[in-house]
Structures are given as structure tokens and as C-alpha cells.
Design a protein around this ligand. Sequence first.
Ligand SMILES: [Zn+2]
Ligand SMILES: [Zn+2]
Length: 624
Amino acid sequence: MPAPSRAPNLERVAESSESNGAIADALEELGDLYELDGAIIHRVLAYRSAAKAVREASVSVAALARAGRATELPGIGKTLQEKIQALIETGSIPATEKLRAKFPPGLIEITLLPGIGAKRARLLHSELGVDSPQALREAALSQRLRGVRGLGPKLEASVLAALDEDSARQEVRRAPRILLPKAIEIGEALIAGLIDRGPPGTHVQLAGSARRQADSVKDLDLVATTDEPAVLARRLAELQEIEQVHSAGEAGARARTHSGVNVDLRIGRPELLGNLLQHFTGSGEHNVALREAAVRAGLHVSEYGLLDDATGVTHECATEEQVYELLGLAYIEPELRENRGELEAARLPAGAAAGRARRRAGAPAELPRLIQAGDIRGDLHSHTVASDGHNTITEMALAARERGYEYLAITDHSASHGFGNDVSPEQLRRQIALVREADAQVEGIELLAGSEVNILPDGSLDYEDELLGELDWLIASVHTSFRMGEQAMTERMITAIEHPLVDAIGHPTGRKIEQRPPYAIDLDAVFAAAARTGTMLEINANPDRRDLSDVHARAAARAGALIVIDSDAHRTATLQNMRWGIATARRAWLTKQDVANTRPWPELARLGKRSKRAPAGLGEQAHK
Ligand SMILES: [Zn+2]
Ligand SMILES: [Zn+2]
């Protein structure tokens, strides 16, 4: 199939070198260079505050600058708009290039050290030829600073202290949070390596926030059991993924991977596996609450077992179930261990008192039976070459069938670019026909003709209703104009929710994990409107979105909104992103019933808003 006018991938702008972070870094650098060059302080500060505004912007500043609208950000005037535009068009800012040629890059690092500043850095450069932190350290150690007029032995000492502190800070900065898929990938490689090289009978598994399926992970926690702990701890250093081992002993090892991830390996006897896992899975908040509850029952919980105050006996638990059972609790799934009511809900019925305590805590009566991957029957958000996807309808259909799905909605973007409503209805008509054609050809899976339509700033959609009415499935999403103020954004969203043909809202908050916070919006009002109208809300399973988040999805479901979990796949391989949406749904306490696409399509087609449409089920009648 030919690829008609490919839309730029709006959703990925923030990941490229055009990310707000990259633009902010460039402005910060230019500010530092101006300072080195002796510019007036106001100018320097202007660049620093502009960098901050860019970093905190909830929209793509590159997209804004391209539209000539970066000046809408606080502290950004015409000059800065031009510089940002130059950066995204040519990859650099001319003023930066000029100053970079004048000052060695290491000199900027020196100006940033506490107690040095631009003036002294320039002096050190001109008098001693110091051009990097390393050169500065050598000059201070050989007591050459005191030879420069105005500098003395005291500065040599404070420079050395500042340099040490700075390298410690850099160490921390080198280990940022990583997204869950990467964490699991690294963790699984380490586990395979340890099992392969460890003593016979070695058991290793993920713990920590990766096991709880959190959005992102700071350190990787692994729990292992073996009868030869010291041997296993030494093996960690032999793995190809490991850059450096900080410590290794009987209790475990700490190391860092080449990818900059800190790894904590805890090792114990097999009899203690349950205690170790429970302790090192966390979360910290869950464990604090658990310990407090245990103390009230005369027990002390730790990775070494449960100590009974009365008898002095320490109970060792080979499974986590035993740990929770000794505390009078049902087993709590790792995804729920965030101290969000799970302990109250897990309390085993030991009479009326437990029930009363539970009601007081406002927690549900019992732990939910969490949704599982196998419950999903279809995917309702996917892209093909018709917009910014990489595979054809048929390729996507075959891959979805391979995953065991009963249905797949093809929902290419409506707009050919991010601004305005420049869309071709003809293109969508053609696409509907192509989906129907592929549906007739591919056996064993139902293809739904859908669209991911832009919600315009006034809440309207960018196709006419008559055309939208021909679709089996319609998602509406916000892709532009993120910074419009909470009230306007909420009204915009609710207008789309109230549209009689909109089945679901895609990635409802627009957040990008570790990159971009949700846009300002009154989610309680959005959830109420969704529940009232029967419009479903998406958990977009793209691992850098996971939007709705766990907390928001839980609130939405409690408000009575139906949830759909979608991969938003842009190629066959990313259909498997469904996994991260399931993870979020589980962290949101969702059951199979809370999620619409655990149902067969004919049943789903009668749900929500569709229940009010006559005759019931567009898709049901439209084909097959
Ligand atoms: Zn989207
Ligand atoms: Zn999409």
C-alpha cells in the first residue's frame, strides 16, 4: 500500500535532541559562555531563567518555536525565539559556536564550581592556562594558585573540596531513573547471567520497584538464594553488563552496569526467600506500614525473618505468602504494595473488628482480583503507514492475531500535521475501505475501522460527524496546544467526551514519564463526565506514557468510568507494549470487569455510550 503524506511523529518530539531538556541545556550553556565572556549579569540570568521555563514547559518548545510561538513562554522574547529556532533548524546556535571557539569547554565546568565563578575562571585560564577541572586540580595540588595575584592557599583548599564534591554529584547524575522496560531488560540479562554462572541451585529474581512494575526505576534490586553466597556475589563482577563492582560479600553485592544503572544484589539462604523478597520488593511506604501493623501484633518484620516478641522465635519464610499469613494478611500482589489501602484490604476476616477498621480506612472490602495479560481480547489503538506507523493494515492484523486477539482497531491519526484541522476526509474514506478489505482477507481476527482524531483547542474534532459516523471505533486525543490553562483544557476535554461519536479518550493527561508532566486539567471533572456519558478512558500502554497513570486510572474507575488498555502500537513489534498498560492497570487495582477490552467485540460494542445508540453496535453489523 502506498504511504500517503506521512505525518510527522508528533508524539516523539520530546524524545529527540529537540526535547525541552536539550533546548534548555543549550540555553544554559550559552548563558554560561556569556558569563565567561564578561557579559552583564542580567543577560546571563535571562538565559538561565529562559532555560528553566523551557525545561518546565508542558508542551514541545521545538514545536512552539517552529510555529513562531516560543514567545508565549515566560521570559522568552524575540531574540530567544530566534535562537531556539536556529537550534532546531541547524542543530546549533551561532552565538554559542562563536564563544565555544573562544573558551575551552572545560572552563565552563570550572565557572560552575562553588567559589570560583566566571571572573576567577578567566583569570585562571589567562594566567595559568587552566582549561579543565583536571588542570585546576593539578594546579591546586602543586600550589600554583597562590602565585596568582588575588588568589591564595585558602582558595587551593576550597577548590579541591569543591572538585571532590562535584565529582560525587556527577556520579549521582550519571544514574538517572530508567523506564520500566529497560530496567526489566537489564534485570533479566543479569538474572540469566547469574543463574548461568552461579553455584547449582541458585535462584535469582527481580525485586524492588521493577517487580512492582513502577513507571520508572532508580536502582535495580535483585534477590538471590544459594548455599554459597560469597561465590555468587563474586560472579556478578564477571557479567558482561557490569562496569564496576562497589562491594561484594556474603550478604550480596553492589555494582553498576555499563548503562549506568546501580544494581543491588541481596543473597540469602533458600529458607529465607520469602522474607528477602518481601523486604526488598518494598515499597518503603508499604514496609513501614507493615512493620507498624506487625509491632502491634507483637512481631518484628525484617529480611531476616519474623521475630515473635513473646516467644523469642524467629519465623523464616520460604514464600511471601507465609510472611503475610503470619501477619494475618492475605497475599498482596507486588503492584499493590504502595501503602494505598492494600494492608487494610488484605486483613483476613478475624471478626467484625477487621471489617470496621477497613471501613474506617475507606478501603475496599477486599483485595481486587487483578486483571491479567490473558484477559485482553483486543487492541483498540494502533497506527499504520497511513499515518506515522511503520506497518500495513494486514501486517498489523496478522501480528495482532498472532497475539491471540479477537479484534484490532486501526486508528491512524486524523491530522497530517500538528496544528489546525488540515485533514483529508477522502483519505479517511479510503482508509475505511482498506480496513474493510483487509478484514475480509485476514481470517481469525476482526478489524475495526477507526481513527485517532485530534481534539482541537475548542473541543471539536477535525472530521465532520457524518464521516466519523462511518467508523467502528473512535478515539479522540489532545496532541497540540497543551498550555491553555486548567479551565480551558478541562472544557476542551469534556466537550470531546460529550461528543456522541467519541468512544474513548486517548492518553488523557498527555504526560511523558520522566519528561513531561500532565497538562493542567481537572481530572475529577473529566472522570465524572466520562462516567456520565459512557465515554471510555484509555490507559495508553506506550511505556513512556502509561497514561492514565496508576493513581489516575484508579480514580477514574472509582468514579465509574470504563477503562480501555491500548498499545498505541506504531509497528507490529510494539503491540506487545500492552504489557505495560496491564502493569499500570494492576497498580490501579483494576479487575477484568473494569477494562472494556477484556470483552468480545460484540459485547464491547454495546457498552458505554454505544448502549444509547440505535441500532446497537455499529461494528457488529458493519461486517462479518
Ligand atoms: Zn496519540
Ligand atoms: Zn496513537
